[in-house]
Design a protein around this ligand. Structure first.
Ligand code: BGC
Length: 715
């Protein structure tokens, strides 16, 4: 590794040779996904690509038109919501390695991932791209993911910095937020992404914060990111997020990207040149930006030296996609041990539901993928069960008929269309009639089959960029289909694929078995079949609370989701389980919840007695008392018992995923540093620890605490 001073010297040397025009070429898009290089100095253009579930297909340089060759098929990875559902840091790291190798293999320098915004409301259209409602879980999964990506000489571009928690009016909505929730809930994952993860770049968000657009925000970019956190990486704007030349030039944003092809007219192109020529903006602002870009290029070995070449769509990558998918599936209900299905006894199987055979990889917005292949649940089941099982598929319900896409790519139109309202999709009587027919056919078939699977949920008409859902109700009349199918055949297994929770209250008590499946990547159908048939023991745990209805969500209760011009985060620190657990609102399924085909117990909780010294060490035994091998996620929550300041009921501060054979027992250990006990004190403008009694709670979920012990923190 090159020493800092050698690197700095090289960068200063290059900087001194660059003309103003050349520098400006480096700080704004010269194509939809690239900047200008400087050939005479061997500075290449910077090539970027979406996104979080795999490297996006190739577009023409200046048009939202797919090149359309056959050489950009890639590995389709599980979404971030699926990844965080594994609670497995190792898989996050491996998924990062895949993303990095594939990006590099496709000749990219920056991969526009991961998305790590906190899930403030279950209705946000991009929640499927994000990880969790909890900052600790988000950062624990994001850090190894970033490290994995960057091993391949590719920069992760962590997005969207910051407070991009809704799609409605995403370009203009102004977030008003107190300092404490900002520091405790919304910033920690970004902090760790740059500090521990070493992310080479960040993407500034579309929205405003306290009146300033994020990509021009002195507070977020200059004060917090650069001065406090000492971040020396590159900040890239979201596509079309820069609005003012002087503001963007003077803040420490580095690269302006957008969705239109008038590259010379971007704020940081000719308009900035003009401002500089007329003496209104100092050249030193531009030098700082170019310096940071060159630094990133040097870190990626773009300015000479040996650079990794990467590779894509390899068998190893597909294996990682499969293993991640397996561990992301969450078993939510399993009465009478309905699952796993007894493979040998299944002569006839009925699969109902549009998601049974739907391909999801090609949707969702900028996270869309040109997947090498995608195994649907139906394909996964058929290929595992083989010819001795007759599998019948009926659709059961159908999505609204969608208008054919026009000539303008949605992304190009997004600067005008980001108002979060959807076209009124057809609700005509012909569609209702079609749905009635499909439902009737499914219900009749369900009564004739012994084994019935309903596979529904959402799709990328709902889990999508640019729009938020209005409620959590399953679309396309699915509730009625599920209710009637369960009546016709009470043994029906309900499987839902979606990027965010849905209402289940009208049928959930009737369903004996319920499986949650996210968007699980190219091998999602294989993984689902393996779980249903017992080849794989499910080990996913919910990375977010599934409330009964969106009306229970604090942001909605306060009338603060979605904001139009302004949104005030009045719920403060009470996001997700911090709210539901503190105010005793019973969710449908709580944070951290998930079942297994085996049973686990925890015991012998011990805490190091020297409570005035950090880290505090916590250890316990975990045992598989059932009959199948399986993975348990041991979760550690910290609770302040006599807070003088407002505190949530408890907070996740540790977790470990352990594989145990039947009868096997392992001792696991957690080390808790200051951050496990601290809170942000607005008066002091810093994180503080209250001395006093705390409870260390070990749980299978936030609401199933199996061991706890008190500790006295002396400061
Ligand atoms: C999205 C970003 C994405 C960018 C480039 C924007 O619409 O918000 O997440 O990386 O487009 O496609």
């Amino acid at each position: 590794m090159e020493s800092k001073s050698v690197m700095d010297k090289k960068i200063e040397d290059l900087l001194s040779q660059l003309t103003l025009e050349e520098k400006l070429g480096m700080i704004h898009g010269d194509g939809l996904f690239c900047t200008k290089g400087v050939e005479r100095l061997d500075i290449p253009p910077l090539k970027m690509s979406d996104g979080p579930m795999g490297v996006r297909n190739e577009f023409e340089k200046d048009k939202w038109i797919a090149v359309g060759n056959s050489d950009d098929y890639v590995t389709y990875l599980p979404s971030n919501s699926a990844l965080s559902s594994t609670w497995n840091r190792e898989l996050a790291y491996r998924m990062g390695q895949v993303l990095g190798e594939e990006a590099r293999g496709r000749g990219k320098d920056v991969i526009l991932a991961p998305g790590i915004n906190i899930k403030r409301s279950p209705l946000c259209g991009r929640n499927f791209e994000y990880m969790s409602e909890d900052p600790y879980l988000t950062k624990e999964e994001a850090v190894p993911l970033i490290q994995g990506i960057q091993e391949s000489d590719v920069a992760a571009c962590v997005k969207h910095f910051a407070l991009n928690n809704q799609e409605t009016e995403r370009l203009w909505v102004d977030v008003e937020i107190g300092e404490r929730p900002l520091r405790e809930i919304y910033l920690p994952a970004f902090y760790d992404a740059v500090k521990r993860g070493g992310a080479y770049s960040l993407m500034g968000a579309y929205n405003k914060v306290r009146g300033e657009h994020c990509c021009q925000s002195h507070y977020l970019l200059d004060e917090i990111l650069r001065e406090e956190w000492k971040y020396d990486g590159t900040v890239i704007s979201d596509w079309g997020a820069v609005h003012d030349t002087a503001e963007a030039a003077k803040t420490s944003l580095d690269i302006e990207m957008s969705v239109t092809d008038n590259f010379d007219e971007y704020c940081l192109a000719n308009p900035l040149y003009q401002e500089i020529q007329e003496g209104r903006i100092a050249k030193s602002f531009i030098d700082s930006k170019v310096r940071r870009i060159l630094r990133m290029m040097e870190r990626l070995h773009m300015l000479g030296g040996e650079r990794k070449s990467g590779c894509y769509h390899t068998p190893g990558h597909r294996q990682t996609a499969l293993e991640t998918a397996r561990e992301s599936i969450v078993l939510l209900k399993n009465e009478d041990q309905r699952l796993p299905l007894q493979r040998k006894n299944i002569k006839k199987l009925l699969v109902i539901g549009d998601n049974g055979e739907r391909i999801h990889s090609n949707g969702g917005g900028s996270a869309e993928i040109k997947a090498l292949y995608e195994i649907s649940p139906l394909l996964g089941l058929k290929s595992m069960l083989g010819g001795n099982t007759e599998i019948k598929y009926v659709r059961g319900y159908c999505p609204d008929t969608k208008e054919e896409p026009g000539e303008v790519n949605w992304q190009e139109a997004s600067l005008n269309a980001g108002n979060g309202t959807k076209d009124n999709l057809a609700k005509d009587s012909a569609l209702q009639e079609k749905r009635n027919k499909l439902r009737k056919e499914a219900v009749e078939a369900a009564s004739e089959y012994e084994e019935v699977l309903f596979i529904g949920g959402l799709n990328h008409d709902y889990d999508v960029e640019g729009y938020d859902r209005e409620d959590m109700i399953l679309p396309y009349g699915q509730d009625e289909v599920i209710r009637q199918v369960l009546k016709a055949n009470p043994n029906t297994v309900v499987i839902l694929s979606a990027g965010a929770p849905v209402e289940m209250k009208s049928w959930v008590n009737e369903a004996k078995a319920l499986v949650w499946n996210w968007y699980a990547g190219m091998e999602g159908g294989t993984a689902l079949a393996e779980v249903l048939l017992g080849e794989v023991n499910p080990s996913g745990r919910l990375p977010e609370t599934f409330p009964k209805t969106h009306l229970d969500c604090p942001a909605t209760r306060l009338g603060e989701f979605p904001g139009k011009e302004k949104v005030c985060y009045r719920e403060g620190i009470y996001v997700g389980y911090r709210y539901y657990d503190t105010f005793e609102i019973e969710p449908q399924f709580c944070f951290g919840y998930g079942l297994s085909y085996t049973e686990f117990t925890c015991g012998n909780l011990e805490i190091s007695d020297n409570s005035s010294a950090f880290p505090v060490s916590v250890s316990l035994d975990v045992k598989n008392t059932g009959e199948k091998s399986g993975k348990e996620v041991v979760q550690l929550y910290v609770r302040c018992l006599e807070p003088k300041e407002e505190r949530p009921y408890q907070e996740l501060k540790g977790y470990e995923k352990v594989l145990l054979d039947p009868g096997e027992e392992k001792r696991i250990c957690f080390l808790l540093d200051e951050s496990s006990f601290h809170y942000y004190d607005e008066k002091q403008g810093d994180f503080c620890i209250e001395p006093g009694r705390y409870e260390i709670c070990i749980g299978k979920s936030s609401r199933d605490i199996c061991q706890k012990k008190e500790i006295n923190i002396v400061i």
